[in-house]
Design a protein around this ligand. Structure first.
Ligand code: HEM
Length: 166
């Protein structure tokens, strides 16, 4: 038999047996580099935040402290002039409870409808940022761990486009 007949077969074995494993192991190595390293403190899932911060009592305390801060802030308190703050706090408690994975008792307006009239009063991103700042400070003051604060702020942040009607 001529040597030439072996050349294609030899090349095929060389590719399958030697080169392919090298390529595959290189790809696997690269793939490992793309996987996200688990964070030391995994982000809390919104569905569990309500329980983790302490349920109803914690939400009630947070909303009370939050509105005390907001009403003392001259940059945003004009938006709340004439608002029944007991009712407002009740709605906010129900809303936060719902978005943090607690019981669904929120019957208020959706965020776009609930804030539309405030846009006409000049509500913009800077006011929204102030409100988030008060929410963050409130949660920190109540000793809520940083990873839960981040999750809650993330949920609040996700309402920005609706609250600002864009
Ligand atoms: C973090 C984003 C926010 C959330 C989750 C939120 C949540 C709520 C909820 C649940 C209500 C009750 C809606 C209803 O009437 O049924 C409400 C109303 C209200 N919000 Fe917000 N809000 C946010 C941002 C803001 C901002 C940035 C302001 C102004 C600085 C604001 C001012 C008000 C006022 C004044 C009302 C009462 C309106 C009225 O009864 O006349 N909110 N909000």
């Amino acid at each position: 038999m001529h040597l030439e007949t072996f050349i294609p077969a030899f090349l095929m074995f060389a590719v399958l047996g030697l080169v392919l494993p090298i390529i595959l192991s290189d790809m696997a190595e690269k793939g490992r580099n793309y996987t996200v390293e688990p964070k030391a403190e995994p982000a809390a899932s919104p569905a569990s935040v309500y329980k983790q911060i302490g349920g109803e009592a914690a939400v009630n305390a947070a909303v009370d402290v939050f509105y005390r801060r907001v009403l003392a802030d001259a940059y945003v308190n004009r938006f709340f002039a004439g608002v029944d703050m007991d009712k407002q706090a009740g709605k906010q408690k129900a809303f936060l409870t719902m978005v943090m994975g607690g019981p669904h008792n929120y019957t208020g307006k959706d965020m776009r409808e609930g804030h539309k009239h405030l846009i006409r009063m000049g509500l913009n991103d800077s006011h929204f940022d102030h409100i988030l700042m008060h929410l963050r400070a409130t949660l920190a003051q109540l000793g809520v761990p940083e990873n839960l604060i981040q999750t809650i702020i993330g949920v609040a942040e996700s309402t920005r486009a609706d609250v600002l009607d864009r």
